[in-house]
Design a protein around this ligand. Structure first.
Ligand SMILES: [Fe+2]
Ligand SMILES: [Fe+2]
Length: 192
């Protein structure tokens, strides 16, 4: 049940508002560029990018049901709903779109939170989600600059901005993001 690139684009774009689809096009573009720059597979990176926000605009109740009924991370339900679409997206990519490549599924699943020991593809899509051309938030240009140094530098800047914002607003920080950030900082320190 493999979808062609065009069929995938048609089906996924129909599930979100125009603005979010534009964001997805930006993530596709940035994922391909990062893959080319850092030795990733641009085709797999683009596939993950097309699907990364597929469930972003699904009703919260639907996402909750999918998580509960399919044994996905119950832990996730204790945290911000904004995180749910990544896990649900990976599930949908596999079940509805026939994606079997575990690397692509991982890049969808961890595109918001990150995790420890992120794969090359996971780093690419997660960073592309921060820096795609349509993104405009305080600090995005710094993240774009760091992304030119290395994937790790870019991601640390991205996660730091996310974590700082959550701290400022006194919101809960998803532990996986802290683990991801610390892991990347360690990698950068070891390189010195
Ligand atoms: Fe997302
Ligand atoms: Fe996104």
């Amino acid at each position: 049940m493999a979808f062609t690139r065009e069929a995938l684009i048609e089906s996924v774009s129909a599930q979100m508002p125009e603005k979010r689809w534009k964001h997805t096009l930006g993530v596709m573009e940035s994922s391909v560029k990062l893959a080319e720059r850092y030795g990733g597979d641009p085709v797999r990176a683009e596939t993950a990018a097309i699907l990364h926000d597929v469930a972003k605009y699904w009703p919260v109740e639907t996402m909750k049901e999918i998580i509960e009924q399919n044994g996905l991370s119950a832990e996730l339900l204790k945290y911000d709903k904004q995180l749910w679409h990544a896990e649900v997206g990976a599930f949908v990519a596999e079940k509805e779109y026939g994606i079997t490549d575990p690397g692509v599924l991982g890049a969808i699943k961890f595109h918001t939170s990150g995790r420890e020991n992120m794969s090359l593809l996971e780093k690419i899509v997660c960073l592309a989600d921060y820096i795609e051309p349509g993104r405009d938030f305080p600090g995005v240009d710094d993240i774009r600059k760091k992304a030119k140094v290395s994937l790790e530098e870019g991601l640390v800047a991205g996660f730091d901005s996310t974590i700082s914002l959550l701290l400022q607003k006194r919101r809960i920080v998803f532990p996986l993001t802290v683990l991801a950030r610390n892991d990347l900082v360690r990698i950068l320190e070891d390189k010195r």
